[in-house]
Design a protein around this ligand. Sequence first.
Ligand code: PLP
Length: 402
Amino acid sequence: MLKTNQNYKLLNTSYLFPEIKRKVALFSSEFPNITLFNLGEGDTTQPLASSVSKSMIKKIEDMSSDKAYMGYSDPLGLATLKSQIASNYNNSYAKNFDLSEIFISDGAKTDLFNIQAIFQSGMKVALQNPSYPAYIDSFVINGNANDLVYLVGNAENKFVPSLPTQRVDLMYLCFPNNPTGASASYVQLKQFVDYALKKRTLIIYDSVYSWFIEDPRYPRSIYEIPGADECAIEIQSLSKIASFPSLRLGWTIIPQKLLAGSFKRREINNIWKRRQQTAFNGASIVSQAGAISALSDKGLKECDKNIKYYLKNTKLIKNCCEKIGLECFGGTNSPYVWCKTPNKMTSWEFFDFLLKEANTICAPGVGFGSLGEGFFRLSGFAKNKEVLNATQHITKAFLLLK
Ligand code: PLP
């Protein structure tokens, strides 16, 4: 008999961001004349770099010509793009990856979810709490939520958790972290890598915010840590760093040397390749053309301008929050500021307060996990003018709390 995957019944009834949208729509229908400032979303607002859009336009034009038209392309990605990524890893981290270790994707979220399905369900998995809500949902849907180990993030450890006290099969890590903005230092990340090497744990390292790291004390890639290519898969995306959220382009590195659980070297790489060849027909050729350009020296410089713009916004937000007396985390090397709610408000109580009194949208911390309760996240991805308006309104609203 046809049955749905029963794990879907175990999910929270709604995902965080649609719930925020629902509440905001309700507020706007009640107060249609109020302009809202959106610091709730981790969505980019700066346009594509001009060299990137030119390459994509050129690719579309090629596709309209008889000579240069291209049908299906390699599901694993264009060799030119993979070479560009390989050479960037080599230049930045002296890490030499073979093209067979790089898989082009249509963004990080898909691979973060799908990668679990190449392993048998029922694994012992670890994840940061709080963390990006898609991870926990992917554990639930893939049947891995029964034996869950939370890596506790709190004010004491500045949201860089300690190692699990028991062995786990799989561990998701994200630095700089969404939502807390925390980055792990070399020493901290090395502890995770050493643990994984010792226990043969597989780390899935989500590095989608890595280019926001300015301080050289924090690694941008897990492969900067010796031995990480034997225990970690890195998942990266151009969404946040090159204005690609709607264009969709990312990549996943699965080193041939990987040795997790009882797998032999090359095995995980081979299974993922087999999976992608069957279940994926490749990222858009137009997005791949844009990515080649974004990852060139010129493109990287152009993308960096946007990153600096968002970081400047984040600094403004953090300064404002500190001035009004909030306990703040993140806000440097990251586009997110993570704050404790005032007066012991719950995350959703504070969300309602900020919406009503400052006309500003935040992301309630509890939406990122139980340990996010009593916190909220503000994002530097908004336009600068919106950030300036929001910070003025927040400052005024806080006078009501005195
Ligand atoms: N990983 C984290 C931590 C994120 O915050 C997001 C999006 O907000 C993603 C992955 C999704 O990235 P992509 O747009 O590449 O699917």
